[in-house]
Design a protein around this ligand. Structure first.
Ligand code: ADP
Length: 218
């Protein structure tokens, strides 16, 4: 499971880890954005809250995550979890869902708020596949996604107002999870600075060290 402020690079790194270890990437943000796009009942509830940078209710999120974690790909291979838990209540619920197993590891990607503000203001995403770009590394042609040809735009919750609300909620609701996982000996932290490749290398390194120690890895 990967923790980090908005803009820490969670989404990018989770996609890379899921390719590296050949496990599904389970992202609540991606699942919710897909639900909004499809106009499902969850999507209809979620849209307005997401655009304002508010969190959705724990119950709705955990129901969605529990359902996803029961699917056969996850059961066969494991998973990289991105965007959940975001509150201590979600962490407790997740532990219950996973019992008698548990998370192998929670990795916190550390980054300074001034840096994430800069990254989020410049972030652009593909509306179809969610690939990430930025003003400094745009798609090759005309804001058309290199991966799938979709339109590349600014996320609706990447406005200044919604960004500051999300960061505020991160400090209040999500940051306490760092201590929560540390006290259970499930936490590793890596600096989120430098190139995406160097952050991936740091993450794989802490995963491999834990694996060799065999602490909890299933
Ligand atoms: P970010 O981490 O940049 O805010 P995400 O893509 O992870 O973006 O999530 C987008 C939005 O989806 C959040 O701002 C929130 O409204 C909602 N969301 C995602 N995951 C959760 C969660 N675990 N609990 C509550 N709300 C969530």
């Amino acid at each position: 499971m990967v923790l980090g402020k908005q803009g820490a690079g969670k989404g990018t790194q989770c996609v890379r880890l899921s390719h590296h270890y050949v496990v599904p990437h389970v992202s609540t943000g991606d699942m919710l954005r897909a639900a909004v796009k499809q106009g499902t009942p969850i999507g209809q509830k979620a849209k307005d809250l997401m655009d304002r940078g508010e969190l959705l209710g724990d119950e709705l999120i955990m129901e969605m995550v529990a359902e996803r974690l029961q699917e056969s790909d996850v059961r066969a291979r494991g998973f990289v979890l991105d965007g959940c838990p975001r509150t201590v209540a979600q962490a407790e619920e997740l532990a219950g869902i996973l019992a008698p197993f548990d998370l192998d590891l929670a990795i916190d990607i550390e980054i300074h708020t001034t840096q994430v503000l800069r990254r989020l203001a410049a972030r652009r995403v593909c509306v179809d596949c969610g690939a990430n770009y930025s003003l400094s590394s745009p798609p090759l042609i005309n804001w058309t996604c290199d991966v799938c040809g979709g339109e590349v735009v600014q996320r609706q919750d990447d406005t200044e107002e919604a960004i500051s609300r999300r960061l505020e909620l991160y400090e209040i609701q999500t940051a306490p999870l760092i201590e929560w996982y540390r006290s259970r000996n499930q936490l590793e932290s890596v600096p989120g600075t430098g190139s995406p490749d160097s952050v991936t290398r740091r993450m794989v390194k802490v995963i491999e060290i834990r694996r060799q120690r065999g602490s909890g890895f299933g």
